[in-house]
Write a protein that binds this ligand. Structure first.
Ligand code: 6PG
Length: 254
């Protein structure tokens, strides 16, 4: 049973997806070690380029902080991108860039030119989207995503036009809650990424996780299904809605 996660966290291989369920206390460390393992592996496979696109929100913060402590990651060769950004300045408390800077980017040696911030606060967001599209590599090496309670991922929200975008790779988006104005990567970028990690913790996410992983396939109503083929790192609470419950302690048998 192949796993991209070095942790003893339980891995369940279902065709095209890996699900790692860990105890809450192990979540951040599992995320950090999984991302570190993926970055080292991708660097070994392809010495030319190594791109890491980060998720925003609150879930990844602890994992990013521990990722900054992981050894043997060639940070000076890593290009950093973002899956989405809110239309706020980079020092705003709602900025995904600020969260990534505080937890990771300020603590590892990445050349400034290698950090590609989404300038979502630019008044002309269409122009900002097209500029970012030019910076994005054709294929992301590692893409980190979160999931909202409504099943959104990045800033692809249920029923929104961006989730049906099949050509452009970055577009303006509108979320249901403040900050509403955003920029987001689109389905082609998610579907084309070489490796995806979806992070979810807490009971609030259980229903969305279950729908994303086991529900009828309809990404327009559950955009996180675009990442169904990824590695899902869940704590026990977020995994509680899945059809096969892990035994207490977050490790499945067999
Ligand atoms: C954003 C994120 C978004 C996030 C989910 C989960 O800009 O809000 O990119 O897709 O990953 O909303 O957010 P939490 O981790 O805060 O629950």
């Amino acid at each position: 049973m192949a796993s991209n996660v070095e942790e003893p966290g339980e891995v369940r291989d279902v065709p095209d997806q890996e699900i790692v369920v860990v105890r809450e206390a192990e979540f951040d460390r599992t995320v950090a070690r999984a991302l570190a393992h993926a970055l080292r592996a991708k660097k070994a496979e392809d010495r030319s380029s190594l791109s890491l696109a980060l998720a925003g929100g609150g879930t990844p913060r602890g994992g990013y902080e521990q990722l900054a402590e992981q050894p043997d990651i060639p940070w000076e060769q890593v290009e950093i991108f973002f899956g989405d950004e809110r239309a706020v300045p980079p020092n705003d408390s709602e900025s995904n860039y600020r969260m990534a800077f505080e937890s990771l980017l300020s603590r590892v040696t990445i050349p400034e030119a290698n950090v590609h911030r989404m300038v979502a606060e630019q008044p002309d967001r269409e122009a900002a989207a097209r500029e970012y599209e030019m910076a994005l590599p054709g294929t992301l090496s590692v893409l980190v995503l979160g999931i909202g309670e409504d099943g959104h991922t990045a800033s692809l929200f249920p029923g929104g036009r961006p989730v049906t975008e099949g050509a452009r790779r970055v577009v303006p988006a509108e979320g249901p809650a403040s900050p509403r104005q955003r920029l987001t990567i689109t389905p082609p970028v998610i579907l084309g990424a070489r490796q995806i990690f979806v992070l979810a913790r807490g009971e609030r996410k259980a229903a969305a996780v279950q729908r994303a992983l086991e529900g009828p396939l309809d990404p327009t109503t559950c955009p996180a299904q675009l990442a169904r083929n990824g590695t899902w790192i869940l704590d026990e609470e977020a995994a509680r809605g899945l059809s096969r419950q892990p035994p207490k302690g977050g490790h499945r048998d067999g």
